[in-house]
Design a protein around this ligand. Structure first.
Ligand SMILES: O=c1ccn([C@@H]2O[C@H](COP(=O)(O)O)[C@@H](O)[C@H]2O)c(=O)[nH]1
Length: 270
């Protein structure tokens, strides 16, 4: 099954457009996990097991694992998701971007080493920097388009040939680079008008939308701007607001409650 097919099945199976982001920060872990060698894996595994029936995808952010020399725990976590929750696709948030020969190695890292179903990629270096990921035909490639951070406007809002750079990225992705149907785009929930514009340009293409929860993006505006005619098309990411909904030993139950509430809020506007 391809990433796109898996995602469509998860949208339906779990009645969910929610993507839970796995950004494990040991400083925020409950006391009973602190000091354990496998704390990152254990923390994320409990969150995954408590929310897997409520999400359309999981999105581990590689920096949180690499910063702690915990890539082995990331590998184990993704393997756990595939074994225990096989319908839920994993998007590795790595935001890679480099010349083709190096991109080939990044693609192997994401898809062969970590066994991710999709990876985030920075398209700034152009088509040949994206192609090595597309050589893995079952995998998704999610390009940064209009990011959720305020500084994203510094470059993404520059005018080029009568349109903004993020619009150009969306158009390139939809009209020139996506002949295999593997591409999706990142568009921040903090900019609903731009989500609507991107949806206009790219048709039904899946959009990964971070920025609700801790970054304050408006759920109603996000869903209304980005949903497809079928009421899906979105992976709306929330990381900190779900992961750290509780601080005690019952943190996974608190995460489940937060995920349930977020899914319900999203579904209200589909
Ligand atoms: O434009 C972007 C692209 C990626 N991210 C990532 O999403 C999560 C957001 O975490 P929250 O805790 O829900 O704010 C994080 O991993 C970012 O690296 C983004 O926020 N914006």
């Amino acid at each position: 099954m391809t990433f796109t097919q898996q995602l469509a099945a998860a949208w339906q199976q779990n009645d969910s457009l929610l993507c839970v982001g796995l950004d494990p920060d040991p400083a925020k872990f409950p006391a009973h996990l602190k000091g354990r060698d496998d704390a990152i894996f254990e923390f994320c595994k409990s969150i995954v097991d408590a929310t897997a029936d409520l999400v359309c995808s999981f999105k581990p952010q590689i920096a949180y694992f690499a910063a702690r020399r915990a890539e082995d725990q990331l590998e184990a976590l993704i393997a756990h998701i595939h074994e225990q929750h096989p319908g839920v696709p994993v998007i590795l948030d790595a935001k890679r971007g480099d010349i083709g020969s190096t991109a080939e190695q990044y693609a192997v890292e994401a898809f062969a080493r970590f066994q991710a179903d999709a990876v985030t990629v920075n398209p700034y270096m152009g088509r040949d920097s994206v192609e090595p990921y597309l050589a893995f035909p079952d995998k998704g490639v999610i390009l940064l388009c209009r990011t959720s951070n305020p500084g994203g406007s510094d470059l993404q809002f520059l005018e080029t040939n009568g349109e903004k750079l993020y619009e150009h990225v969306a158009r390139l992705a939809a009209e020139k680079w996506n002949s295999t149907g593997q591409i999706g785009l990142v568009v921040g929930a903090t900019f609903p008008a731009e989500i609507a514009r991107v949806r206009q340009i790219v048709g039904e293409m899946p959009l990964l939308v971070p920025g609700i929860g801790a970054q304050g993006g408006d759920v109603e505006a996000t869903v209304k701007a980005g949903r497809t005619a079928a009421g899906s098309g979105l992976m709306i990411n929330s990381s900190r607001a779900i992961l750290y909904a509780g601080q005690g030993e019952d943190y996974a139950e608190a995460a489940r409650r937060a995920a349930l509430a977020t899914r319900a809020e999203i579904n209200q506007y589909r």
